[in-house]
Design a protein around this ligand. Structure first.
Ligand SMILES: Cc1cc2nc3c(=O)[nH]c(=O)nc-3n(C[C@H](O)[C@H](O)[C@H](O)COP(=O)(O)OP(=O)(O)OC[C@H]3O[C@@H](n4cnc5c(N)ncnc54)[C@H](O)[C@@H]3O)c2cc1C
Length: 385
């Protein structure tokens, strides 16, 4: 700001809000960036993609129910439209002493006054010593499922593929069912689809949910191997712990997720899973100007499942607390809330619904999920998608 009174120019340095990742917990912050900008706060969002993909619809994109455009948020556009800055890069470290984020490319640094982290989670390799080549697709990042879809279509027209899914959780079930849908819709030669589920299918789900899921997949001749683990993933096959080998032209890794490694690397306090350790205000337990939400945090008051539901519930608290950190006003507590609704999209229009003791399968379950997911997308998507 310069003065026209002849007094020396007074330079006011703008305060800077930096967001790492534009994931599910940052949706409301991203939608309200203009408010920060209007208050004279500079805003920068760092993300390795211009888009953020909604995981709840990822399997549906693989199966062809949704296009990539329908399941992604235009993060860059959303930020720039409101006067914020967007950096297409990956944060690799946080330097809390100097209040800087270190970027992957050329080790550039971005200074912050307040930092909010929503860097999500990754699929760990769980010692499977993955080969450099081959059609192997971790279920995250979700955009990888679009590449998997293209590979299955390209290879599955001329021969019947062996598609394997390593893992026994909900995402493994969703992927298997949607590979079946993809093959049917694209008139591919019928693939052999096998889930290597480890100890059991859906080990944390109620018995009825497990039964409904297994029945739906087995009706479509999807094989589920339980009490079987994969020892090694090789190009074109899986080595099982029994010593047997399983043909695998395309392999999906759905072996759970682990929070982004940047916090442990930065020497910040983390939970046992490596997630940023936060208090009931979603605030780092040692750095009052660092906040976080979604899969990348370890919520110290009560560790949370890695589901998007919690990330979504954290949105209003993050907006309030990030604003309060600039204003010096009181922070709000995050209360995780009660039991959440889960609906699996098992492909071919079939879903499994579960909340409290209510569980049912079929088309209505899928339709409810489809309605909820589309409405969520509609709330936060920009017009240009
Ligand atoms: C196939 C599948 C289906 C699922 N279905 C459901 C469901 O139906 N319901 C449900 O509740 N949960 C579901 N989940 C779980 C859900 O995906 C996660 O809990 C949810 O994605 C967490 O949201 P997030 O924003 O924390 O992380 P993410 O969705 O992983 O988003 C993180 C964001 O941060 C960015 N990012 C990553 N690293 C960096 C970095 N170093 N620097 C800057 N930016 C970075 C990424 O590009 C991404 O945009 C599913 C998971 C999978 C794999």
């Amino acid at each position: 700001m310069s003065s026209n009174t002849g007094s020396p120019a007074l330079i006011m340095k703008k305060k800077h809000l930096v967001l790492i990742g534009g994931g599910h917990a940052h949706m409301m912050l991203l939608a309200n960036l203009a408010e920060f900008v209007a208050k004279g706060i500079a805003v920068t969002v760092i993300q390795p993609s211009e888009y953020h993909y909604y995981s709840g619809m990822g399997a549906g994109m693989l199966g062809g129910t949704y296009t990539a455009d329908e399941i992604r948020f235009q993060t860059k556009t959303m930020v720039e439209k409101q006067g914020g800055g967007f950096i297409l890069d990956r944060a690799v470290e946080i330097d809390p002493a100097n209040r800087e984020v270190v970027l992957e490319q050329a080790g550039q640094r971005v200074a912050y006054d307040v930092l909010s982290c929503n860097a999500g989670s990754q699929v760990p390799d769980r010692g499977l010593s993955l080969p450099e080549s081959g059609d192997i697709f971790p279920v995250k990042p979700i955009e990888g499922l679009a590449r998997a879809r293209a590979r299955i279509i390209a290879r599955g027209k001329s021969r019947s593929l062996h598609v394997t899914i390593v893992g026994g959780g909900p995402s493994a079930m969703e992927i298997a069912g949607n590979v079946h849908q993809l093959a049917c819709r694209e008139n591919l030669l019928p693939p052999t689809i096998t889930i290597v589920a480890g100890h059991a299918v859906l080990p944390h789900a109620p018995e009825r949910v497990r039964r409904l899921t297994e029945r739906s997949l087995e009706r479509r001749e999807i094989s589920i191997l339980t009490h079987t683990r994969v020892r090694q993933v090789e190009p074109g096959s899986l080595l099982l712990d029994s010593g047997e080998s399983l043909a695998a032209d395309i392999t999906f890794l759905a072996v759970g997720v682990r929070p982004s490694p940047i916090f442990a690397r930065s020497g910040l306090p983390v939970g046992p899973d490596g997630g940023l350790r936060v208090n009931r205000y979603l605030q780092s337990v040692t750095e009052p100007n660092i906040f976080g939400g979604g899969d990348c945090i370890y919520f110290e008051p009560c560790p949370l499942d890695k589901v998007g539901v919690y990330a979504v519930r954290q949105n209003p608290v993050l907006v309030h607390n990030v604003m309060a950190a600039f204003a010096g006003t009181p922070l709000q507590e995050f209360h995780p809330g009660g039991k959440y609704l889960l609906i699996y999209n098992l492909g071919d229009g079939y879903g499994v619904f579960n909340k409290w003791s209510l569980a049912f399968g079929g088309r209505p379950a899928f339709s409810i999920k489809d309605y909820i997911d589309r409405r969520f997308m509609h709330t936060f998507q920009t017009d240009e998608h």
